[in-house]
Design a protein around this ligand. Structure first.
Ligand code: RTP
Ligand code: MG
Length: 184
């Protein structure tokens, strides 16, 4: 019991260093979750899901939840609503609903920023080799993968696709029903 208390104390100390100290050079990088679409429709069609998931795991991300769904055009429009006034919006919604996609929750230190780096630039032609878009993307629209761009987006996008039960956030307890029904 004493050992447990000592360990807890040590953890609190690490947290307090993170919380406020300006004198200490020690920085504790926050563990966070991000939402990802590791396979947009053309990746599922080409059979490259496994290769991309393997890259994600090798880059140090933990896959916390994973499933395959088929969006309706209306669901794609709701998901990408921030782009509704962009000239590419209708085409984007048609593309994202033309086949199944793989959706996932990833976790790791600084996961949102690090996963965006792993993705590469939006346009695969401008994305560096070794990034997911650089290696698997086709064009500016069919660019292989998606990742949340902020903690607020990650929260919204995780909840858009996953129920509490599927996130395992409440393992062993009563769970809520999935919020949405997606076709398979
Ligand atoms: P994402 O949201 O999918 O992770 O991509 P992103 O942040 O890098 O790019 P964003 O500007 O949010 O665009 C969302 C998705 O729309 C498609 N797109 N098409 N035709 C075009 O000019 C164009 N621009 C963007 C891509 O599928 C992009 O991922
Ligand atoms: Mg975006």
């Amino acid at each position: 019991m004493k050992k447990v208390a000592a360990l807890f104390g040590a953890l609190l100390f690490v947290s307090s260093v993170d919380a406020g100290s300006t004198s200490s050079k020690e920085t504790v990088i926050q563990e966070e979750e991000t939402f990802a679409i590791p396979a947009k429709p053309e990746i599922v069609e080409k059979g490259q899901i496994g290769e991309i998931l393997s890259r994600i795991e090798k880059a140090g991300f933990k896959i916390k939840a994973l499933k395959m769904v088929r969006l309706t055009k209306e669901q794609a429009a709701e998901f990408y609503r921030e782009h509704k006034n962009k000239p590419f919006f209708d085409s984007l919604c048609t593309y994202m609903s033309k086949g199944r996609v793989v959706v996932a929750i990833l976790s790791g230190p600084d996961a949102i920023k690090r996963y965006r780096t792993l993705e590469g630039a939006t346009d695969p032609k401008k994305a560096a080799k070794g990034t997911l878009r650089g290696d698997f993307g086709t064009d500016r629209e069919a660019n292989a993968v998606h990742g949340s761009d902020s903690p607020e987006s990650a929260k919204r996008e995780i909840r858009f696709f996953f129920s509490e039960f599927e996130t395992l956030a409440n393992a062993g307890q009563k769970h809520s029903a999935p919020q949405k029904n997606f076709a398979r």
